[in-house]
Design a protein. Structure first.
Length: 319
């Protein structure tokens, strides 16, 4: 019976492909400064999705971060705020955090916490993603902290431009190694799932690859970026793709994590790209696909799932 209904099967295949492909769209969110905006592009093709996605309320925007619930956070250096937005560009709170001292770095962990690098007073502050203060000086005494990166084990990596180094700290503020990597003017960092740290040097125009213990695997993994104002934001897609905000070329370049060039102007025509974040959706689960098959092929199953349950209708609950 199934084989005779070729049209239905073809329609089902399209539906399952649609389900798998549209759980979410893989995107790159790019911060432009002096462009004063955040724009969205397709991760796979570089095609424009929304320019600008966020075009108002930004003030010398710098680092951008995304939490586990899909909210974007933008550090605004000039007006001392962190703004919170949806990935569709809706403003949740343009001043989620305010009164900060030149915020240029922001990172979100999986526990609902935000970490903010205050360039002007040398501190890293901790807040909740709803805007509540946890500790305004979680880490202090830094010299122009610039970018932040979190790993999955409770460690926070801080690029300290005034001392030309990257330091490692715990999310509780304890120092692991304040001089984990030295002699680097780091404008952007990214961690992969294999314990590798990628860091860009905006003075030498290079991107290096290191272990999270600070060992240089290749300090000049990628070269040839303009200096100064060379590579800034760095992001990974989880499949070996490395994306770099090339401020001087006004482009986002795509490379491999082993140092190969895919397309140095993957996204071009930008106005001062300073940072970026990659959003890769979760694939459809086996249960979702199986349910799609079941609902499509079995009218009885469809009826049993969606038919009102008389017993359930008689149940009452207390407020």
């Amino acid at each position: 019976m199934i084989m005779r209904n070729a049209s239905a099967i073809a329609t089902l295949m399209v539906f399952v492909q649609f389900l798998c492909a549209t759980v979410g769209q893989a995107q790159i969110f790019v911060v432009s400064n002096p462009g004063q905006n955040v724009s969205a592009y397709d991760l796979n093709s570089g095609a424009t999705l929304s320019v600008p996605l966020i075009g108002t309320g930004l003030s010398s925007p710098n680092q951008i971060a995304m939490d586990g619930n899909g909210f974007l956070y933008v550090a605004n250096y000039a007006n001392g705020t962190i703004g919170k937005y949806t990935t569709s560009g809706t403003t949740v709170n343009a001043s989620l955090l305010s009164g900060l001292a030149g915020p240029v770095g922001v990172a979100a962990d999986g526990g609902g916490n935000l970490f903010v690098a205050n360039y002007n007073n040398g501190t890293i502050g901790e807040y909740t993603t709803s805007g509540n203060l946890v500790n305004a000086s979680l880490i202090s005494g830094l010299n122009s902290p610039y970018r932040l990166e979190l790993d999955g084990t409770g460690n926070l990596f801080v690029s300290e431009t005034g001392n030309s180094r990257i330091g490692e700290y715990t999310i509780f503020g304890a120092t692991v190694n304040a001089s984990l990597i030295t002699g680097i003017h780091c404008g952007g960092m990214a961690l992969d799932g294999n314990g590798n740290l990628f860091a860009g040097d905006y003075i030498t125009g290079t991107v290096g690859k290191y272990t999270t213990s600070g060992t240089a695997l290749n300090a000049t993994l990628l070269t040839g970026f303009a200096n100064p104002n060379g590579p800034y934001g760095i992001a990974l897609d989880g499949n070996g793709g490395l994306f770099i905000a090339d401020y001087y070329r006004s482009a986002i370049g795509k490379y491999t994590s082993s140092g190969g060039t895919v397309n140095s102007t993957f996204i071009s025509g930008l106005n001062g790209p300073i940072d970026l974040v990659v959003a890769v959706p979760e694939p459809a689960t086996g249960l979702q696909v199986a349910l799609a098959f079941g609902l499509f092929l079995s009218p009885r199953l469809r009826r049993s799932l969606f038919r009102p349950n008389p017993a359930a209708a008689s149940v009452t609950t207390r407020p």
